[in-house]
Ligand binder design. Structure first.
Ligand code: NAD
Length: 262
């Protein structure tokens, strides 16, 4: 195989990709890298204005992009968005679930409201989006779904500054379990489902929640730096590409060695 043919493994030209949480951080980086590799992109977020900016950036690079305001906790909004995307783009090849929120409430005082909110966005939001695209993908016997889990929160131990984070860690562990079940169900129908599990990543998510957490965690990363959103997005790109055709139901940990799995 020559270089040109090898590069085609990563060519996403003609593919359309829905990215949730695409207005910021990891989701934004995923939207931009998939577009750079040729995909048309649908940045989906509760923050319409910021999602539109990402779409504009993508259109500026010559790809098609449509920002859609969706609260992923609302199943009807997710379903309407998927219908709109199929109308406009004819098909959905890729779904990347990045929308997520965090809480640092300690277990002793963790409220039901916090638990519900964290699970609604991180777990049920992911489920809603997968449910909304799965029949379309299985009908076409083709598709890639990447759910963003969490490396140290789901599998490692999280010793954080405030002693909190249980709702977040639990919600992320469910994403891993759900994704394995979905992978089993969809692989025979031609759809690959996998998880990318980031370590601590330099995004706005921690702002005002775990003050100082990034410096704290830095000490336990063998690579000696926190992840940038692009470090995570490049691995998502790989999983969305033809090069990852035989990868199913895996959680790829992208954490600079902070937590070593496998
Ligand atoms: P971020 O805050 O930069 O981006 C999250 C995006 O999700 C925001 O644009 C936000 O508006 C959107 N969002 C929140 N609630 C939503 C809803 N109900 N409907 C639609 N969109 C909604 O955070 P990030 O760090 O880029 O996080 C992206 C994903 O990566 C999350 O699932 C997060 O849990 C996961 N993750 C992040 C880290 C990290 O250290 N940053 C580590 C592991 C996993």
């Amino acid at each position: 195989m020559g270089l040109e043919e090898a590069c085609k493994l990563f060519d996403l030209s003609g593919k359309s990709a829905i990215i949730t949480g695409a207005a910021s951080g990891i989701g934004r980086a995923v939207a931009l890298v998939l577009a750079r590799f040729g995909a048309d992109v649908i940045p989906v977020d509760i923050d319409q204005e910021a999602a539109e900016k990402v779409a504009e950036e993508i259109r500026g690079s010559g790809r098609k992009a449509l920002a859609v305001k969706v609260d992923v906790t609302k199943k009807d909004e997710v379903e309407n968005m998927v219908e709109k995307v199929i109308d406009e783009f004819e098909k959905i090849d890729i779904l990347v679930n990045c929308a997520g929120i965090i809480s640092a409430e300690p277990i002793s005082s963790m409220s039901d409201e916090t638990l519900d909110r964290i699970f609604d966005v991180n777990f049920k939001g992911t489920v809603h989006c997968c449910q909304a695209v799965m029949e379309h993908m299985t009908d076409r016997e083709s598709g890639k779904i990447v759910n963003i889990g969490s490396s140290i929160s789901s599998l490692g131990s999280v010793a954080n500054l405030s002693g909190g984070g249980a709702s977040y860690c639990s919600s992320k562990a469910t994403v891993h379990g759900f994704s394995r079940c979905l992978a089993w169900e969809l692989a025979p129908e031609g759809v690959n489902v996998n998880v990318v599990a980031p370590g601590i990543t330099n995004t706005p998510m921690h702002e005002g929640v775990w003050e100082g957490a990034q410096d704290y965690y830095l000490k336990s990363v063998p690579l000696g730096r926190l992840a940038e959103p692009e470090d995570i997005a490049d691995v998502v790109l790989f999983l969305c590409s033809e090069a990852a055709r035989y990868i199913v139901g895996q959680a790829i940990h992208v954490n600079g060695g902070q937590f070593m799995a496998g």
